[in-house]
Design a protein around this ligand. Structure first.
Ligand SMILES: Nc1ncnc2c1ncn2[C@@H]1O[C@H](COP(=O)(O)OP(=O)(O)O)[C@@H](O)[C@H]1O
Ligand SMILES: [Mg+2]
Length: 258
């Protein structure tokens, strides 16, 4: 299967007359089960090019399940998933990765006994023959996270928690993904470091990439996102522009401690 040649769907113009950005990821009315237990219920969401989309929800809401579905680790019983206009409902994880999706899993699993640079090189494995492209992306990662450049010969395991999260994200970027998925990047990181990390995640999109992140930290996620989805018990309870969700009374009371 050749995902790279897919034609993205052409979106209709919005009220400004400017066409909205192309849809990179389209999840349509999916039901997902673990065995007999249904975990996602008619779930739909879209991610457009250049956006940061935040999927927020409590522990157990189904956030990681959404990412596992997109990565082809789980199949939808009903509904569909398209990437750049082409269905990936039956694609293998390897095909989805080759098609331009990278996922940074929960709890930043880096290789502690490899150096920082080696960790990043592992992330670029799918394009290992493209040395020039890899070098350019390495520069991009170092520009985003200068501490990784200064610590490039050090072992991943000696980095701080925040630095390891930067390394995990940098490793995800090394495949030059058209869609970067992040599973709870704030987990285990101090509130102070979280603010900086999320500013960096915003910069990833501002330099032309597309990001979908799932988070329990609604405040940090909506603060940098363009669009948000609130996930409750495997259903989209609410969606909208991130700024609008942040000021929504229900979201504030339920997720923002207001
Ligand atoms: N491998 C699994 N087998 C059975 N149930 C699972 C499995 N993984 C997750 N679940 C259940 O699916 C629901 C959603 O889990 P998950 O997507 O991990 O939530 P979140 O990432 O939002 O915390 C939870 O009720 C969880 O217990
Ligand atoms: Mg999870």
């Amino acid at each position: 299967m050749e995902l790279a040649t897919a034609q993205p769907p052409v979106a209709a113009a919005d009220s400004t007359g400017r066409p909205p950005a192309l849809v990179v990821l389209d999840v349509r009315a999916v039901d997902v089960y673990y065995g007999q237990a249904q975990v996602l219920f008619g779930l739909s969401l879209q991610v457009r090019r250049g956006q940061v989309v935040a999927v927020i929800g409590a522990n157990g809401a189904g956030k990681s399940t959404v990412l596992n579905l997109v990565m082809g680790r789980l199949r939808a019983a009903t509904g569909g998933v398209t990437l750049n206009g082409e269905t990936i409902a039956q694609a293998s994880t390897a095909q989805i990765v080759s098609g331009g999706v990278a996922c940074v899993p929960q709890r930043r699993r880096i290789f502690p006994t490899l150096t920082v640079l080696e960790n990043l090189e592992v992330g670029g494995y799918v394009r290992r023959k493209d040395k020039a492209g890899m070098a350019r992306t390495l520069d991009e990662v170092y520009a985003l996270f200068p501490v990784l450049k200064s610590k490039s010969p050090m072992l991943g395991g000696v980095l701080s928690g925040g630095e390891q999260q930067m390394l995990a994200i940098g490793r995800g970027l090394m495949s030059s993904p058209s869609l970067l998925l992040l599973d709870e990047p704030s987990m285990g990181i101090s509130p102070k470091l979280t603010t900086g990390l999320f500013t960096d995640i915003r910069r990833i999109a501002d330099t032309g990439r597309t990001v979908m992140l799932v988070e329990q930290n609604a405040y940090a996620a909506l603060g940098i996102a363009d669009h948000g989805y609130v996930l409750e018990n495997g259903r989209v309870a609410l969606e909208g522009p991130a700024r609008q969700l942040m000021h929504d009374d229900y979201v504030r009371q339920t997720y923002l401690g207001a």
